[in-house]
Design a protein around this ligand. Structure first.
Ligand code: AHR
Length: 521
């Protein structure tokens, strides 16, 4: 058996280390002290950090959301009933569509008008399969209305023109007698739609055109000029930014763009290996890939921090937000599946990854005002997997559902004294925490026990508020890669958990490899 080393570390404040000493470590269990600063409320956690991303990729849209009206799979006007119900329950605040890389090859006119007359294209980026364009603007907007979410449209810069982008906006949002507005009416939608967010391209450093940031900054200025909407209905305009540790895109964009830019996007995917060519598997992984995945996902904290530094310097008034509009796990393709469809199983490890990301986004709530997990159904770190008429919710779905109380809550800083969990050269804190006061005034605490083998006894001290107890739900399972299948969809599901009062503290016992959300009373 591999020897794991646990060392106690000092108080950590939002990921940084403050100087306070440590106590002894109990065998078989770790002891953690958390102080919640209810007396120091921070910014509001924008609900949009619980956003999603749905691309025309693999079975993400077709099969996942849309099966068509003639399908034997129960549907309402072509949308899967099971998936719509599950997404409604998740209170998805915003969905980004139609890509990704697909967005820079997408021409919106292909996706309007009678479905049988729409052109069939080839999805050259994702698997080279036919794209029927059955799911277009009307279908997406109706989907958004059905699940009650805001919309984030990604415009085509890579292979589209400013005119095409301007026309799409007019088609969607104009309430005038213009030919485009009338065409929308003729196609069945009288009332204009609200477009809440509009992205000017995607990954313009790569699949979105292989541009230099300086070149893209000029294009952003040009394209954004023509993204017009009725008075009071202008979407937030999002510039395509960088990825991973990079800060160059934020540096260039905040220097070269003076207007129209409400946010800069950033992408970061978690792989177990950190090596793109050989990422690691979604299931059946060793403990070394459990810890490396969690350690790699936590790197997003430093990536956001370094971009925030640039933003704080170049945009001290905080006008430009930072949107992590693609994040999540990305594993090696599953044997026997089309690699271009990015289908992967989703285990308890993914749920912990999701929760750790939420905690980081909360801690950066001032700048990070949106985040979109990649992706919603059947692609990468999905909420939902489908197989013909069958559907299962993933552990990641449960993590999103458990953290709903944090949407729109007021962030509360926390201090934590936790042992570290180490394996080989990799070390992470055993426990990670977040706290907030929800919109109903209740204190919510999110906890992750990263250690796959040891329970954590967490004592919670609340500065500036009183609590007599806490209860909530915990997500854990028998193994690190426990997952839900179509045959056994309840393998990983939330269970009740509560905290007991001990003196002036509350004590929660967190099972190994778990996440929990508790509400204080
Ligand atoms: O989410 C899958 C792909 O990852 C997106 O299309 C692209 O933007 C990113 O590289």
């Amino acid at each position: 058996m591999t020897r794991r080393v646990h060392r106690l570390i000092s108080w950590m404040v939002c990921g940084s280390f403050a100087a306070l000493s440590t106590g002894a470590l109990a065998q078989g269990n770790v002891e953690v002290a958390v102080k919640i600063r209810a007396d120091q409320p921070g910014p509001v956690i924008n609900p949009n950090i619980y956003g999603q991303f749905a691309e025309h990729l693999g079975a993400g849209i077709y099969e996942g959301v849309w099966v068509g009206e003639k399908s034997s799979i129960p549907n309402t006007h072509g949308y899967r009933n099971d998936v719509i119900a599950a997404l409604k329950a998740l209170k998805v605040p915003v969905v980004r569509w139609p890509g990704g890389c697909f967005a820079d090859e997408y021409h919106w006119r292909d996706g309007i008008g009678p479905r049988e007359k729409r052109p069939v294209k080839i999805n050259t980026h994702w698997g080279g399969v036919p794209e029927t364009n059955e799911f277009g603007t009307h279908e997406f907007m109706t989907f958004a209305e059905m699940i009650g979410t805001k919309v984030y449209i990604s415009g085509n810069v890579g292979s589209g023109s400013p005119q095409e982008m301007a026309d799409w906006m007019e088609y969607m949002t104009s309430d005038t007698v213009s030919t485009l507005a009338n065409e929308r009416r003729k196609n069945g939608r009288d009332k204009p739609w609200d477009v809440h967010f509009f992205g000017i391209g995607n990954e313009t450093w790569g699949c979105g055109g292989n541009m230099r940031p300086e070149y893209y900054a000029d294009l952003f200025r040009q394209y954004a000029t023509y993204v017009k909407a009725p008075r009071g209905k202008r979407p937030k305009i999002v510039a395509s930014g960088g990825h991973d540790a990079g800060t160059k895109w934020v540096e260039v964009l905040t220097t070269m763009v003076q207007r129209d830019m409400d946010a800069i996007s950033h992408h970061y995917y978690t792989t177990p290996s950190g090596v793109w060519e050989n990422k690691g598997n979604s299931l059946g992984f060793p403990e070394s890939e459990w810890i490396s995945t969690l350690a790699n996902t936590l790197k997003i904290d430093e990536y956001i921090t370094s971009n925030e530094k640039v933003l704080d310097q170049n945009d001290p008034q905080g006008k430009v937000a930072f949107y992590v509009d693609e994040w999540g796990t990305w594993y090696s393709p599953e044997p026997g599946r089309e690699p271009g469809f990015l289908y992967q199983q989703n285990s308890l490890r993914d749920a912990l990854v999701a929760a750790l990301n939420f905690h980081v986004f909360h801690a950066h709530a001032k700048r990070v005002q949106m985040a979109n997990i990649a992706q919603m159904v059947n692609v990468l770190q999905a909420m939902i997997l489908t197989d013909g008429p069958r559907m299962t919710l993933t552990p990641t779905y449960h993590a999103f559902e458990m953290y709903i109380p944090f949407q729109g809550a007021t962030y509360l800083p926390t201090e934590i004294r936790t042992p570290q969990y180490s394996l080989g050269q990799v070390t992470v804190p055993s426990v990670n925490v977040t706290a907030a006061r929800d919109t109903a005034g209740k204190l919510q605490v999110g906890l992750v026990n990263l250690d796959p083998k040891r329970e954590a006894t967490v004592s919670l001290e609340i500065a500036g508020a009183k609590a007599s107890g806490a209860s909530g739900r915990v997500l854990t399972a028998a193994s690190m890669d426990a997952h839900n299948t179509f045959e056994a969809p309840q393998t990983v599901k939330p269970a009740p958990i509560s905290a007991k009062r001990s003196g002036d503290k509350l004590v929660v016992r967190l099972p190994p490899r778990s996440l929990a959300v508790v509400e204080l009373r």
